[in-house]
Design a binder for this molecule. Structure first.
Ligand code: FAD
Ligand code: HEM
Length: 381
């Protein structure tokens, strides 16, 4: 069990308030802030430059954006601590070392001070410094305690299209990458060095080092388009350690399961279904799989085949535009919450950050207990 973040809920709320309010003041200038932040970082620790992609114009704000997002979450210490432990272990793949955390802290504070000007009060400074310090300490300690590999090489075995814009890629790692069905890993592909992106394996671990990913080419995306259109067998990828909180344990077979997956957010749920199909006894599962149009539900045939042979699985497709036989119309949040009877279910939600937010909010409004809902809460697109 990770050590809890040493901040009470009340202290966390006050820190988060000061951080959010001060950041809102300078958010319109986020690009300039990011430029200043990276400039300062590369002066304070020039060796950090090599950790980042060569082309940083579109990328400039990735770390800073993530950093500000995470720091603002200091009022959720219990959830944050698990995520930060995983993030710290994951950052070893960048060759981040302990002193880099001090350099990032110095650059962050210098950039905020410069842009907040007279609004940089002692309270605001103390809130940012305290929150960053707690976060960096948790990440650093988790990284230092980890003795496993920082990353795994993986050779592409197979690449094929599942639909117009989704490709399946199967890789085999050199050495076993430990992960649980429902998790995600970060991936670097040879076509885009140093651009790491998260992907969720669609299969449960089998002990043979094989992981299957489903990747959708996002319009204008740097990495996804390259994976979908240019990956070939024999390419060597690098994978970071497993992250995430979505999973089902054999102890929970008494509970019914409700799974809600949007787009390629279905992949961790496919991995969990793959895992469940090997259990002796399964909990009943109702899966809602949603997308904008019918053609976005690229895994529906596979899911329907699985449901036809697994009595414990019910699949409901959901589309916002265009109808599907046996399907619901609307958003996933709407389709799920227009039905009752979810109170005795454990609920897993997976998809884009806005889809997760909308779905979890509607479930809570329906009176479902938050403890019953699992999702990865700190993901960015
Ligand atoms: C926990 C987690 C698990 C993930 N698992 C998978 C997975 O299994 N399969 C998969 O294909 N992707 C998955 N993703 C998304 C993936 O990590 C990348 O964000 C996505 O592939 C886009 O990367 P890119 O470099 O092509 O786009 P970028 O160059 O990073 O972004 C380009 C533009 O596209 C926008 N954009 C980014 N993502 C999306 C999106 N999903 N839809 C629409 N617009 C977007 C950005 O806002 C930006 O404007 C996952 C993300 C997270 C956080
Ligand atoms: C302590 C606070 C930190 C937090 C909360 C944090 C968080 C994050 C997150 C969430 C991402 C995005 C991951 C992704 O999209 O793949 C990221 C990316 C990254 N981080 Fe950190 N990080 C921290 C410190 C550091 C430090 C000290 C370094 C070393 C200089 C570092 C280097 C990087 C790099 C190189 C990237 C990838 C950037 C890119 O793709 O453009 N981070 N960080």
């Amino acid at each position: 069990m990770p050590e809890p973040l040493p901040v009470s809920a009340v202290e966390g709320r006050e820190l988060a308030r000061l951080i959010r309010e001060s950041f809102a003041e300078i958010e319109p200038k986020a690009d300039e802030l990011a430029q200043y932040f990276y400039g300062a970082l590369f002066v304070v620790a020039p060796d950090c430059r090599d950790l980042f992609p060569v082309t940083m114009t579109t990328q400039r704000s990735r770390l800073l954006r993530a950093l500000v997002y995470v720091v603002q979450m200091v009022d959720r210490p219990d959830e944050l601590v698990t995520f930060l432990g995983q993030l710290g272990r994951d950052h070893r793949k960048f060759a981040v070392v302990s002193r880099h955390y001090d350099a990032v802290g110095v650059a962050l504070i210098a950039a905020l001070k410069r842009f907040l000007k007279e609004k940089w009060t002692p309270e605001v400074e103390s809130a940012w410094t305290t929150a960053y310090g707690l976060i960096a300490k948790t990440m650093r300690e988790a990284a230092q305690a980890e003795t496993g590999p920082a990353a795994w090489s993986a050779t592409v075995l197979e690449h094929r299209k599942l639909s117009r814009d989704v490709a399946l890629v199967k890789v085999r790692t050199e050495g076993l990458l430990p992960y649980r069905a429902g998790g995600y890993v970060s991936v670097e592909v040879p076509q885009r060095p140093r651009f790491w992106r998260y992907l969720s394996p669609a299969n449960s671990p089998r002990g043979d080092g094989q992981l299957t990913f489903h990747v959708r080419a996002v319009p204008g995306g740097w990495v996804s388009g390259s994976i979908v259109n240019h990956t070939k067998p024999g390419d060597v990828w690098r994978l970071g350690p497993s992250m995430g909180v979505l999973n089902v344990r054999p102890t929970s077979t008494k509970r019914r399961l409700l799974m809600i997956g949007g787009g390629t957010g279905i992949t961790p749920l496919l991995a969990i279904l793959d895992d469940l199909s090997h259990w002796k006894r399964n909990p009943p599962v109702h899966l809602f799989f949603g997308g904008k149009r019918p053609e976005d539900l690229y895994a529906l045939d596979e899911l329907r085949r699985m449901a036809a042979t697994s009595k414990w699985l019910t699949v409901t497709p959901v589309t916002e535009e265009g109808a599907l036989a046996g399907g619901d119309r609307g958003t996933l949040a709407h389709a799920v919450t227009q039905r009752d009877g979810w109170r005795n279910h454990d609920i897993l939600v997976s998809g884009s950050p806005p889809m997760i937010q909308a779905t979890v909010a509607k479930l809570l409004a329906k009176g479902i207990d938050l403890d019953r809902i699992s999702y990865d809460p700190f993901t960015l697109d």
